[in-house]
Design a protein around this ligand. Structure first.
Ligand SMILES: [Fe+2]
Ligand SMILES: [Fe+2]
Length: 201
């Protein structure tokens, strides 16, 4: 039986408008939500794999770039939150062609520190230091954040790991190496509108 067939026979809420909802309806939805939320790491890992084979003119594809960024961060002694951010920092390339850092930052936001989230959210401006001038853009676009407390941390992420992760000869760890880290970091939301519901489950 397919996944769709299973969910077609599952119990469902009875309301046609949310304002008609009952505790029974929400017990059903709440149960489904928690099961679905537990699958988040798998969905994220599946989505990351979409970058496999996507070169976009770069020397390595976006999947290898992600693995290499994470591997470099890990080998440099960064903690799991940071390494997972490094792994996922370009996951938004598929759906956020014009704002990919924000897509990745939103996905990891419930699970990481403010600093790690900020690095992810703003890495586009900082990465531009290495190429914006070749495209008629402002190489120093990152300077708008010069006085921000995380300026140095974001500049360091791009310098040490992100801009450095295009080497076809580098021996990156495979995705399987990072999977347990992704699962651990995404086990429980630290900050989320729905954190209380997750805690109760
Ligand atoms: Fe990026
Ligand atoms: Fe990148």
């Amino acid at each position: 039986m397919s996944q769709d067939a299973v969910s077609d026979t599952a119990e469902r809420a009875k309301f046609r408008e949310m304002k008609e909802g009952t505790a029974q309806d929400w017990a059903i939805i709440g149960g489904e939500y928690m099961a679905f939320a537990k699958g988040l790491p798998d969905r994220v890992l599946d989505h990351l794999r979409l970058l496999d084979g996507d070169f976009g003119g770069f020397p390595v594809d976006r999947f290898e770039h992600s693995l290499q960024t994470a591997t470099r961060a890990h080998r440099d002694g960064r903690d799991e939150q940071y390494v997972v951010m490094a792994l996922l920092h370009d996951i938004g390339d598929t759906l956020g062609s014009y704002n990919h850092p924000e897509v990745a930052a939103s996905i990891i936001k419930p699970f990481v520190s403010e600093e790690v989230h900020w690095i992810c959210q703003n890495h586009g401006h900082f990465q531009g230091y290495y190429y914006f001038h070749f495209l008629g853009m402002d190489q120093n676009a990152r300077d708008q954040f010069r006085d921000h407390p995380y300026f140095g941390a974001c500049a360091e992420f791009c310098e040490k790991y992100d801009q450095a992760a295009f080497d076809p000869d580098y021996q990156s760890e495979p995705l399987e190496f990072f999977e347990p880290m992704v699962r651990r970091v995404m086990t429980r939301p630290l900050n989320s509108l729905y954190a209380k519901a997750a805690e109760a489950a």
